[in-house]
Design a protein around this ligand. Structure first.
Ligand code: GDP
Length: 533
């Protein structure tokens, strides 16, 4: 093996790319910040705080904007720890953005699920977990806020199984809880790690590590706590699931860790074990079979598009996940779907709080590329192949619909521009009623909050005010039929016929009964749940 090749493979294998999911306030931001602290990317925790302070000072609604705000600096973060190169992908906490979460998970190799130890599995954890499960990636659980009086750890494990339906195996176990949270016990290494305060969590926690048989711990923990730990371990060994790497990697068993992101207790042990258990980027499915990340030819796909991240620049960025080969700044690649060559001139990477121009990047990395409006979500870029396509990113069926029109028809141009942009980012789906102008559109979204985002962004980024009337439809079906003729098509009273931008006929239904009726009445038509059939 040549030296360049050796170093390329080394780069691939030291990469870990994961997404963090959680119910809002479980501690995702704090944990991310502590990872950066341990990785040496920030000197003192709290420096990312302005963002958090803002986030919590505002109403729920502005939260959306903050969700986007977060994306500006940290939707993707890279940092180094112990010779690993780590990419963290942030996901929106609200379930209404689960489509966005799904797309982000497409770019991740595993997920970290943060749970508040006092609250257990919350509503949005549940939703986001389902999205993770659809992807079939390994899920690591971090039970946070152990410095507060919370639920019993055994109870939390039971909750994971009952509410989420996933079996769990604690990799480490908390020693004490609340004010008495002293440390964690690593079951495989049979190691105790005790922590003491590092300046209220601003600095790394001080630790004492040692073998559980070490008599010193009896004194350090006190007789009661020490005995309780021994009892817990015994119970776990009998009652708990065994550590099974294969099942973990298949997403069927979740390794569980306990800690407190606020005080840093347990953050480093989690990071260390997580990096050890999780894998480097693996081969990815494509139309040409599985593509190994260690293939020399560069390739990747676009999983997210975002415009106006920086209002001062009015830029549009496509986020690319590298799947194989080495990326070099300025390289020309095939845009497979468009059948064109494109030059990746100003690729950006997102380090701690900064965006920087990236010279080289490797499989597992995410780079942001300037998009003059040529990329779509799911597009493949490839150095040599003009045919390679990575498995597509499905669009979720919208479940909420509204009639949207402009207040001031002089703003028609901006209106169209804004709507097109948001549709390309994948946050809304746009339909028209036959014979009705573009000033009035039917918009479909997966989560109702997207309507607020639509209204807000049109106003703020395009200076367009809209009128929005919510519609009672809940289901969408694409019609497959030879010589479709709207006049001859029989519908129920409460069904609406619209078309998508390609002029394909689409039906909006209020209930499942109507779907069956329409199927009955139009035997020659086939109704599909997705646009691709
Ligand atoms: P996010 O919404 O999941 O990103 O949550 P944040 O990281 O912003 O945390 C929400 C709140 O919980 C903040 O006030 C944090 O200071 C607090 N918090 C985070 N982690 C811990 C922890 O380990 N212990 C305690 N007591 N509070 C925490």
């Amino acid at each position: 093996m040549s030296n360049t090749n050796k170093s390329f493979i080394h780069e691939v294998r030291r990469r870990r790319t994961f997404a963090i999911i959680s119910h809002p306030d479980a501690g995702k931001t704090t944990l991310t910040e502590k990872f950066l602290l341990y990785g040496g990317a920030i000197r003192e925790a709290g420096s990312v705080k302005s963002r958090r302070a803002q986030k919590h000072a505002v109403s729920d609604w502005m939260e959306i904007e903050k969700q986007r705000g977060i994306s500006v600096t940290s939707s993707v973060l890279q940092f180094e720890y112990n010779n690993y190169c780590i990419n963290i992908l942030d996901t929106p906490g609200h379930q209404d953005f689960s489509e966005d979460t799904y797309r982000t998970l497409m770019a991740a190799d595993s997920a970290v699920m943060v749970i508040d130890g006092a609250k257990g599995v919350e509503a949005q954890t549940k939703k986001l977990f389902q999205v993770c499960k659809m992807r079939g990636i390994p899920i690591f659980t971090f039970i946070n806020k152990m410095d507060r009086q919370g639920k019993d750890p055994f109870e939390l494990m039971e909750e994971l199984e009952k509410v989420l339906g996933i079996r769990s195996c604690p990799v480490n176990w908390p020693i004490g809880s609340g004010k008495n949270f002293k440390g964690v016990y690593n079951r495989q290494k049979e190691l105790i790690e005790l922590f003491s305060e590092g300046n209220h969590g601003q600095a790394m926690a001080k630790t004492i590590k040692g073998d559980i048989t070490n008599e010193e711990f009896k004194t350090l923990l006190g007789e009661t706590l020490h005995q309780q730990l021994l009892d817990d371990i015994e119970l776990l060994d009998i009652a708990g699931d065994d550590f099974n790497l294969e099942q973990i990697l298949e997403g069927k068993l979740t390794p569980v860790f306990f800690g407190s992101a606020l005080t840093n207790f347990g953050v480093e042990p989690f990071l260390e074990d997580f990096l050890e258990i999780s894998t480097s980027p693996q081969a990815r499915e494509s139309n040409l079979g599985h593509i190994s990340p260690e293939t020399e030819e560069f390739s990747g796909f676009i999983f997210k598009i975002q415009a106006n991240m920086n209002p001062a620049h009015r830029d549009r960025i496509a986020f690319l996940r590298i799947c194989s080969g080495k990326f070099e700044k300025g390289m020309s690649v095939n845009h497979v779907q468009k059948g064109k060559k494109v030059k990746l001139a100003q690729p950006q990477q997102f380090l701690a709080q900064d965006r920087v121009i990236v010279e080289n990047a490797y499989p597992g990395d995410i780079i942001g590329i300037h998009d003059p409006g040529i990329f779509n979500i799911g597009d493949t870029l490839s150095e040599k192949s003009t045919e390679l396509k990575y498995a597509g990113i499905p669009q979720f069926a919208p479940e909420h619909f509204a009639k949207v029109s402009i207040k001031n028809s002089l703003k028609r141009k901006q209106f169209i521009k804004g709507i097109t942009q948001l549709a390309e980012e994948g946050s809304i789906q746009v339909y028209r009623r036959p014979n009705i102008g573009v000033e009035e559109l039917i918009i479909g979204v997966v989560g109702a909050l997207q309507f607020e985002v639509l209204e807000y962004r049109l106003q703020n980024e395009y200076d367009v005010e809209i009128l929005m009337q919510s519609l009672p439809y809940r289901y969408i079906r694409w019609i497959e039929m030879d010589n479709f003729d709207a006049k001859k098509f029989s519908m129920t009273m409460d069904t609406m016929l619209v078309e998508n931008e390609d002029g394909q006929p689409v039906l909006l239904f209020q209930n499942e009964w109507s779907i069956r009726q329409v199927e009955e009445r139009n035997k020659k038509a086939k109704l599909h749940e997705t646009s691709i059939f």
